[in-house]
Design a protein around this ligand. Structure first.
Ligand code: SAH
Length: 268
């Protein structure tokens, strides 16, 4: 009796301390994140500005090697599956697409810059065909059928699941962090509509102080990943790495984190 009384007092004390210390912190943190998000909320990169970057070869986002966080987490994405259909939103000329295709997976990408798409095939010594996409006015699809890679040259928001169905995997690097912050809800709704029931969506986000750098890439806190995808998907933070290099130091940053999340539909 006496023992259980002591136990319940200790438990109560513990709970009071936890509530007293956690609640204000949570509220503070939320207010802090809201004000950090406001910092970049109105930033807009027009499609023409992206094209200009490609024309002027200002493509510092491109990596010549397969992304190390994709390599590290590929088994969790595949989850034992072979011949997976991968979607690459805002694909650029990511060499990760060839890496996956070489392993027998198929790849569909979307990219606004024709130059980026042509460079992808040419730099990887792949022949390709090009044809219009009747369902998307002005769009073209560039294909290498042997490797099963199809890259759509169009605005991502003109793409939908009626074009290529749904996907078993998505690799989102330089994509959610590149879209205009005001478009994130629209972007998330599109991505969710492209996820098959067994889809495993690997999302790479960046965390830094948005008072110091205006982006892109933009700051995307974990809390926002949860607010965008949490109602229909489970979210697991797989990796969080210090990714600060001289490039970010030159942007004026002294902290730069890269987070990788595995997002799966709740229905699965
Ligand atoms: N994921 C790639 C490229 C990241 S940079 C990588 O990791 O290397 C973002 C890319 O998205 C640029 O190549 C830009 O041309 C393209 N882009 C930006 N907005 C777009 C949009 N609304 N629709 C299609 N492509 C877009």
């Amino acid at each position: 009796m006496c023992g259980s009384n002591v136990f319940s007092r200790v438990l109560w004390l513990f709970l009071c301390c936890a509530i007293a210390s956690c609640s204000p912190l949570t509220a503070d943190r939320q207010a802090n994140i809201t004000s950090m998000l406001e910092q970049q909320a109105d930033r807009v990169m027009a499609l023409g500005e992206w094209e200009e970057r490609w024309q002027q070869n200002k493509i510092g986002f491109h990596q010549p090697e397969v992304h190390k966080m994709l390599k590290k987490n590929i088994d969790k994405v595949l989850n034992g599956r072979t011949g997976v259909r991968f979607f690459f939103p805002l694909c650029g000329k990511a060499v990760d697409m060839k890496w996956l295709a070489d392993m027998g997976h198929s790849v569909v990408g979307v990219e606004i810059s024709e130059k980026a798409i042509r460079q992808f095939f040419e730099e990887n010594n792949m022949t390709y065909t090009e044809e219009p996409v009747p369902a998307i006015p002005g769009a073209k699809v560039y294909k290498n059928s042997e490797k099963n890679i199809s890259l759509y040259q169009c605005n991502l928001y003109n793409f939908s699941n009626s074009i290529e169905g749904q996907f078993g995997a998505i690799w989102d690097r330089g994509s959610l962090v590149a879209v205009n912050p005001g478009d994130r809800e629209k972007y998330a709704a599109l991505i969710i509509s492209l996820m098959a029931n067994d889809c495993r969506y690997l999302l790479d986000t960046l965390l830094y102080n948005p008072d110091l750098y205006q982006g892109p890439p933009f700051f995307v806190p974990d809390e926002q990943v949860h607010s965008l995808f949490g109602s229909s998907c489970g979210i697991e933070l797989l990796q969080s790495e210090d990714a600060l290099t001289d490039k970010q130091r030159n942007w004026g940053l002294d902290k730069f984190l890269e987070n990788v999340h595995l997002i799966t539909p709740k229905s699965n």
